[in-house]
Design a protein around this ligand. Sequence first.
Ligand SMILES: C[S@@+](CC[C@H](N)C(=O)[O-])C[C@H]1O[C@@H](n2cnc3c(N)ncnc32)[C@H](O)[C@@H]1O
Length: 237
Amino acid sequence: MVRAMISSERDLQALDALFADRQERWWDGFYTQRAKPVPFFVDAPDESLVEWVQASHVAPGRALDLGCGNGRNAVFLARAGFAVEALDFSATAIEWAQQNIAKAGVSVQLHEASVFEWPGPAQPVDWVCDSGLFHHLPPHRRAGYVERVASWLKPGGMLALTCFNPEGGSGLNDDEVYARRTLGGGLGYTEAQLRAIWGAAFEVLALRPMQAHPKEAQVFGLPFLWAMWARKPLTAD
Ligand SMILES: C[S@@+](CC[C@H](N)C(=O)[O-])C[C@H]1O[C@@H](n2cnc3c(N)ncnc32)[C@H](O)[C@@H]1O
């Protein structure tokens, strides 16, 4: 229903305006409270990203971390030998990421921008990591996001996505999201929904619940999150 209403970027922005929560300023406040017991306020990368970067046997090239937060996955990718760009629309997230990157002694090019306003990397990348951004997008932004991510990857490039499963999400369906004008803290997806949304542009290589790890572990994982590994096809159909 919503899809039929969208014919331009202006329509998308009008729909964005319905949602006042979880915009840049909200995330700015969120990242100033670094002592809060937020599960992903850790130094450790996603266990799934670590597993799949190792499993892919692809020589490190260029990588992009979308919605990088404190930079924990960007730091891992840089340590693994990638030339990394990381983006977040929250200034306080970028500030924290900058500090973690300096502490780790690695190099990451940071961008403070919305994924929908950023022009994209200078060159197509080999890996994209999205841990926790996609489930904060309203339904009318999904298709455009998938297209953007695909367009920023090389043919054969990899995507590692971490997002809420139904247990982790707010429980709101798309109609309820528009009726209530909120995502309720993030949307949970079923396996079938993820395959339908991402399968349009990607070949799904793995889709599984994240493996749980304690907060002190070297890697991050929580069981109410999906971990999806997908590849952009080598040739367009
Ligand atoms: C749940 S947090 C995850 C942060 C980080 N990836 C991690 O796992 O530690 C989601 C992040 O996405 C960012 N974000 C949400 N929507 C965004 C958008 N449209 N453009 C850029 N960043 C966005 C938020 O500022 C926040 O840092």
